[in-house]
Design a protein around this ligand. Structure first.
Ligand code: MTE
Length: 311
């Protein structure tokens, strides 16, 4: 990965109305309560999805990144190394049907279509900061459900300590996977308690619409206190495992990308500082916050750990 230089990306930003995150929740609930929204997601309204309001630190002062920017500035190496090209190259990715295998150390393994999985759990709007290890950030209104809801239904066996996630492997549709520079498919992992934390989201929508392919449709992970590369896209497998799993970027370059990848302004990347970040759509730099601003919620997970060693 290369570092963002901090140059404003005005050519990618439409100066559309900026939404304040602290919006009237009722409006959203009304929108999402309709059959229209459910149909837009390809979901039958039979299960009666409800949208639960959530408050996260990002709700307090941050401005949402415009939809146009979120959808046209993407890291998705299966399609391109160039952020601006991903949306176009990914647009034909077939995201339905889409089987997700849930397996490993669970009493209830399953293979389930993403649409069915999504309808099982009430939809929530989560407005989160996303901080990329490269030094840029966004504020994104996701739709999804906490991963812990799904985990609670799996009858997790006592030896399970970690969760491993895998992206689709389909080089015909994802031409970047023909490159031998990486060990495809993309794979990621979390400690079980991180995966069970209420902030950890399985997202299937953004800006009140289903995820577009470039955003990781039909189902992706969002872990807002970690660098963006932990938020794996286009998930086809979720496994409960006993040992800490290898991850895509730490396998590629263990000196530069760790397993934990917690946002930490005090631990520099070997090639650049992590003290500041460029918020896409804004000018200048802003200080990066410990755990991306979610310190009160997640610091307890790492009590007693050396965060420089466990980077
Ligand atoms: N997931 C897959 N499968 N492939 C990728 O290349 N890139 C990661 C992450 N998830 C990536 C991925 C990185 S580096 C970042 S910063 C985020 O996705 C970017 O998410 P966004 O495009 O929604 O901003």
């Amino acid at each position: 990965m290369t570092q963002k230089s901090g140059t404003p990306l005005n050519d990618h930003i439409t100066p559309e109305q900026l939404f304040f995150a602290r919006r009237k929740f009722m409006r959203l609930a009304a929108i999402f309560g309709t059959a229209y929204a459910l149909a837009a997601c390809g979901i039958e309204p039979k299960t009666g999805l409800s949208l639960t309001p959530t408050t996260t630190p990002a709700n307090l002062q941050d401005t949402l990144t415009p939809e146009e920017s979120i959808n046209h500035f993407n890291n998705y190496y299966e399609f391109s190394f160039s952020k601006n090209d991903v949306a176009d190259l990914a647009k034909n990715l077939k995201t339905s049907p889409w089987q997700v295998e849930i397996s490993g150390l669970v009493g209830n393994p399953m293979s389930i279509d993403a649409k069915e999985l999504i309808t099982r759990y009430p939809a929530e709007e989560r407005i989160y900061r996303l901080r990329c290890v490269e030094g840029w950030s966004m504020v994104i209104p996701w739709y999804g459900f906490p991963l812990n809801r799904l985990l609670a239904d799996l009858d997790i066996q006592k030896d399970a300590r970690y969760v491993r996630f895998t992206t689709l492997y389909d080089p015909d549709q994802m031409p970047g996977q023909k490159s031998s520079s990486f060990d495809w498919p993309y794979f990621e992992g979390l400690r079980l308690d991180e995966a069970q934390h209420d902030l950890t989201l399985l997202a299937w929508g953004v800006y009140q619409k289903p995820l577009p392919p470039q955003e990781g449709a039909p189902l992706r992970l969002v872990v807002p206190w970690k660098y963006g590369f932990k938020s794996i896209k286009a998930i086809v497998k979720i496994e409960l495992v006993a040992e800490q799993p290898a991850t895509f970027w730490s396998s590629y370059n263990p000196a530069e990308y760790g397993f934990y990848a917690n946002v930490n302004p005090n631990v520099a990347h070997p090639r650049w500082s992590q003290a500041n970040e460029y918020r896409v759509g804004e000018t200048g730099q802003r200080p990066t916050l410990m755990f991306n601003g979610y310190e009160n919620e997640v610091a307890f997970l790492y009590e007693g750990m050396n965060l420089k060693e466990n980077f």
